[in-house]
Design a protein around this ligand. Structure first.
Ligand code: SAH
Ligand code: SF4
Ligand code: F3S
Length: 447
C-alpha cells in the first residue's frame, strides 16, 4: 500500500505521559508520509492511545474501538492500532476481544511505531508488549502546542502503590540522560517554545537508575541536579515538572525551585489520603504529617506557591472517620487544585483482591463531598489573585471567545484577557486580574 495517500487520526486518553507519547507517534506517522485528520471516520489509520488507570477509562476505549471495528468490516484496508496502557495490560487478549485490530503496542514501544507498522503492511497482526529498553527518540514529535512542550525525563515506576496499575503497564524506571534531556530542550528553545514540563510518573526517582554517586553517597543525577543542569537553556522561559511523590520530595529540591528563576512556583504532589492507616494500606511510604511538613516548607521558601494534588476516596477499608481525615487535610492545606477519584479495583493490583471493598454508593457520596470542599477552597485560593498583576505566557485564543487570548500564571492558573493572538502568542505579558473563579482568572493587559 502507498502511505502517501494515507490519513491518520489519534485519540489520546489518560495522562500527560500518553499525550507526550501520542505527539511522538504523530511525528513518526508524519515522517512516514501520513497526514493528520481531525475526525476518525476520515482516517485510514486510527490509533487509540489508551489509559487503564480506572475501569471507566478502560471501558471508554472499548466503546470507541467497537465503532471503528464495525467500520473496518466495510472498509478492510482501515488500519486499527491500540497503543498505551490498555494495550500493555491486555496484550493478546485484545485481539480475542477485537479481532479487527492490526497492532497492539505497549507504551515502551512508542518509538518503534514505524517498524511495527512495516510488519502490519506486510500482512501480520502484531502484538508488541514485551518489556524493552526504551530507545532514545530520534524522530521529531508533532507537538500540539507551539509554546509549551512535554519532555520525558523518566519512564516507568518502581513503586508498588497497592491500587495502581501503572507499574504493571509502564514498566520499571528508566531515566534519560541529562545530556539528552538538555539537547531536546535546546532544540525546543530554537524552535520558539517558551515552556517545558518535565515528566515522570514519579519524577523524584529521576536518576536513581543512572550510574554515579557523589562523595557523600548521593546519586549523582537527581531531579534537583537536573534542574540546575537545564535551567539556563536559551529561549525556554518557564520550567515545570510532574509528578512529585511525597515519599522522596526533598528540601534540596524546594530550595532549587526557589533559587532558579525559570522554575515555576507550582507543585503537583498527590497525597491520595489524609489518613495514616489508609496511606499505609496504600503502601505510599509517608504520613499525613510528613505531607503537611512538605507543604509548610514549600510555603516557607515560596509563600505564594500553588499546590495541587490527587486524592482517592473509598479505598478498601476506608471508614467514615478516615475519609474525614482526607477532608481535614484538604481543609487545612487549601489546595489550588485537586484531582479526585473514587477508588476503582484494577486487575493485577493487590487492593483489588481485598474483601473490605467500599460500596459504590458510599464512594460516590464521599466523592461529592470532597469535590464540593475542593471547589470552595480553590475559589478562596483564587481570590488572592484579584487586583494583582500576574505574568502570563500566552498560549492560544480563548476557544469560547475569539476576542480573548489565554495563558497561564507561573502558578498554573488558566487566565483569559482581551487581546489578539497574532500579536501575543508565545509572549510573556503582565495582566491585571479583575475576576477570579475557582479554577480560572480573567484580566486585562497592563500597558
Ligand atoms: N504517579 C502519580 C500518579 C499516577 S496515576 C502518583 O504517584 O501520584 C494518577 C492518579 O490516578 C493517582 O494519583 C491516583 O489518585 C489515581 N488513581 C490511580 N489508581 C487508581 C485507582 N485504582 N482508583 C482510583 N484512582 C486511582
Ligand atoms: Fe502508581 Fe504509586 Fe507509581 Fe504513582 S507512584 S504511578 S500511584 S505506583
Ligand atoms: Fe492512564 Fe497509563 Fe497514564 S494508565 S494515567 S495513561 S500511565
Amino acid at each position: 500500500m502507498t502511505v502517501n495517500s494515507c490519513r491518520y487520526h489519534i485519540t489520546t486518553f489518560g495522562c500527560q505521559m500518553n499525550k507526550a507519547d501520542s505527539e511522538r507517534m504523530a511525528g513518526i506517522l508524519e515522517k512516514m508520509g501520513f497526514e493528520w485528520v481531525e475526525h476518525p471516520d476520515d482516517a485510514s489509520l486510527i490509533l487509540y492511545n489508551t489509559c487503564t488507570i480506572r475501569d471507566n477509562a478502560e471501558q471508554k476505549v472499548y466503546s470507541y474501538l467497537g465503532r471503528q471495528a464495525k467500520r473496518k468490516q466495510e472498509q478492510p484496508d482501515l488500519i486499527l492500532v491500540v497503543a498505551g496502557c490498555v494495550a500493555q495490560q491486555e496484550g493478546e487478549r485484545l485481539l480475542l476481544r477485537v479481532p479487527e485490530l492490526d497492532l497492539v503496542m505497549g507504551p515502551q514501544h512508542t518509538n518503534r511505531l514505524e517498524d511495527l507498522l512495516e510488519q502490519v503492511f506486510s500482512g501480520s497482526q502484531v502484538v508488541a508488549t514485551e518489556p524493552v529498553h526504551i530507545m532514545e527518540d530520534i524522530t521529531k514529535p508533532r507537538r500540539d502546542s507551539e509554546i509549551t512542550a512535554w519532555v520525558n525525563v523518566i519512564y516507568g515506576c518502581n513503586e508498588r502503590c497497592t491500587y495502581c496499575v501503572v507499574p504493571n503497564v509502564r514498566g520499571v524506571e528508566q531515566s534519560r540522560t541529562p545530556e539528552s534531556i538538555r539537547a531536546e530542550m535546546e532544540e525546543l528553545g530554537r524552535q520558539g517554545y517558551k515552556e517545558v514540563t518535565l515528566l515522570g510518573q514519579n519524577i523524584d526517582a529521576y536518576g536513581r537508575d543512572l550510574p554515579g554517586v557523589t562523595e557523600d553517597g548521593r546519586h549523582r543525577h537527581t531531579l534537583t541536579d537536573l534542574l540546575y543542569f537545564v535551567h539556563d537553556v536559551p529561549g525556554i522561559e518557564r520550567i515545570r515538572f510532574a509528578t512529585s511523590h511525597p515519599r522522596y520530595f526533598t528540601e534540596r529540591l524546594i530550595r532549587a525551585c526557589a533559587e532558579l528563576p525559570k522554575v515555576c512556583e507550582h507543585f503537583h504532589i498527590p497525597f491520595q489520603s489524609g489518613d495514616n492507616e489508609v496511606l499505609k494500606a496504600m503502601a505510599r511510604g509517608y504520613t499525613h504529617e510528613k505531607y503537611r511538613r512538605i507543604v509548610h516548607t514549600i510555603r516557607e521558601y515560596m509563600p505564594d506557591a500553588a499546590i495541587s494534588a490527587d486524592a482517592i476516596v473509598g479505598f478498601p477499608g476506608e471508614t467514615e472517620e478516615q475519609f474525614e481525615n482526607t477532608l481535614k487535610l484538604v481543609e487545612d492545606v487549601a489546595f489550588d487544585q485537586l484531582n479526585t477519584a473514587a477508588y476503582s479495583p484494577r486487575p493485577g493490583t493487590p487492593a483489588a483482591l481485598w474483601e473490605n471493598q467500599v460500596s459504590e454508593d458510599v464512594k460516590s457520596d464521599r466523592l461529592q463531598r470532597l469535590n464540593h470542599l475542593v471547589a470552595t477552597k480553590a475559589a478562596e485560593r483564587s481570590l488572592r489573585y484579584l487586583n494583582r498583576v500576574e505574568e502570563i505566557l500566552v498560549e492560544d485564543q480563548n476557544p469560547k471567545d475569539s476576542t480573548q487570548v489565554m495563558g497561564r500564571t507561573r502558578s498554573n492558573r488558566l487566565t483569559f484577557f482581551p487581546g489578539k493572538i497574532a500579536e501575543l502568542k508565545g509572549k510573556l505579558v503582565n495582566v491585571k486580574i479583575t475576576e477570579a473563579r475557582a479554577f480560572s482568572l480573567t484580566g486585562a493587559l497592563e500597558q
